[in-house]
Design a protein around this ligand. Sequence first.
Ligand code: HEC
Length: 194
Amino acid sequence: MSDTRPDRKNTEDGPVLRDHIYDGIQEYDQKLPNWWLASWYIFIVLFVIYWFLYYQLDLFADDKERVQNAVASIETKKATELEKLMTSLNDQVLWDMSQNAKIVSEGKATYDITCVACHGADLSATLSGVKLPGEPLNDAEWKYGGRPMEIFGIVKSGSPDVSKGMVAWEPTLGPKKVAQVVAYILSHHSPPEG
Ligand code: HEC
């Protein structure tokens, strides 16, 4: 390889050493390998195509739109799930669920994480004799009604007075877990005769 430019020199075995010296350091002036140059040019071309499709034609969703779409589809899915469950749910279905050991144990798992702090491990709303913030769920007294769908309603949508601490749990738990946790509460009660 030879290089005719005035500030370049060939060494014995090819590489060109530049005359320029800085801090006692002299540099080779070597041609970049072809594979490197090829990928460099390919990516320049790809960038231009990408830039044109993305920013000029706006053909693809950017991250923000993608997140918004994902959130929207989750919301729709949750809404359909709730709608479906609500049409199939009634007092009898919830009583039946409260007799199903698997559903009850899944409800207990949710209860022990989400509800236990205020309603107590034994649903008595006490801890070692000390009153907890929630209402007892194992007695026959129901502030908001003791029918399964009434219990489901308050767990799903929260207390009319949210400042008391009983928030709507459906948005965080989803309808299925709400139904399971209600089944767990009901498993401490018996269905009315008849
Ligand atoms: C931060 C404390 C807190 C947590 C956590 C909590 N609750 Fe409550 N809960 C309350 C309070 C306070 C009330 C009474 C609300 C009122 O008087 O309006 C209540 C009321 C209720 C009622 C109605 C009781 C009645 O007598 O009608 C049910 C059912 C209930 N909670 C179930 C649950 C379930 C199930 C969970 C878990 C998913 C849960 N709660 C989590 C504080 C809590």
